[in-house]
Design a protein around this ligand. Structure first.
Ligand SMILES: [Fe+2]
Length: 205
């Protein structure tokens, strides 16, 4: 029966995401701990709390469907977390590592945005308005997390990563790099060559 198959697909995708969120509750603390930039660390820690609540709200969706809240190993999330772990294990300078953590975290957010968009639409198609509302709320939280990471990358962290290790041998960067400590948000010189190079190239988005 077609409807039964769609039900199965919907529930399978929910189980996949339920497992994905649980994987994230274990991975986010490691990413936060590895971050040097305090704002990035705070963003990751706050998203951990949001993620824990999302797990509970997915359980609410399962309850509404009369289905047990059981997970199904999300290979996509496992792969993204594994890639993130590889970045943490690289011997990067702290500023570069922060940019890498954002890159990994944004891949996770985009994966979640894609899945929650699908799940929300599935719920709407089935006329399950209560689940659709919950899934839409979670979708917006993931989008907000993604925006926050973009803001951090563009306002300071990518610039710090770009100039990391360039204190010697380049006069232009020497001045900017003197006495720097991480985090260095707000130390960027408006109109500097490094900033002009940043404009328009958007390497992280
Ligand atoms: Fe999430």
């Amino acid at each position: 029966m077609q409807m039964d198959s769609f039900d199965k697909l919907y529930v399978d995708q929910l189980r996949d995401m339920y497992n994905a969120e649980k994987q994230l509750t274990k991975a986010l603390p490691k990413m936060a701990k590895a971050a040097s930039n305090q704002e990035l660390r705070t963003a990751l820690e706050e998203h951990l709390e949001v993620t824990k609540r999302q797990v509970e709200r997915l359980e609410e969706v399962f309850r509404g469907l009369g289905r047990p809240a059981t997970g199904k190993t999300c290979k996509g999330m496992a792969g993204l977390i594994e890639e993130g772990q590889e970045i943490l294990e690289e011997d990067f300078e702290p500023d570069v590592l922060d940019a890498g953590i954002i890159a990994a975290a944004q891949k996770v957010e985009h994966y979640e945005i894609a899945t929650y968009g699908t799940l929300r639409t599935f719920a709407e198609t089935k006329g399950d308005t209560k689940s659709a509302r919950i899934l839409e709320e979670i979708l917006e939280e993931e989008k907000e997390a993604d925006r926050r990471l973009t803001d951090l990358a563009e306002s300071s962290i990518n610039m710090e990563a770009e100039t990391a290790g360039e204190e010697t041998g380049d006069e232009e960067f020497e001045e900017e790099g003197e006495g720097r400590t991480s985090p260095r948000a707000g130390t960027r010189q408006p109109g500097s060559e490094s900033q002009r190079r940043r404009e328009g190239d958007g390497p992280w988005l």
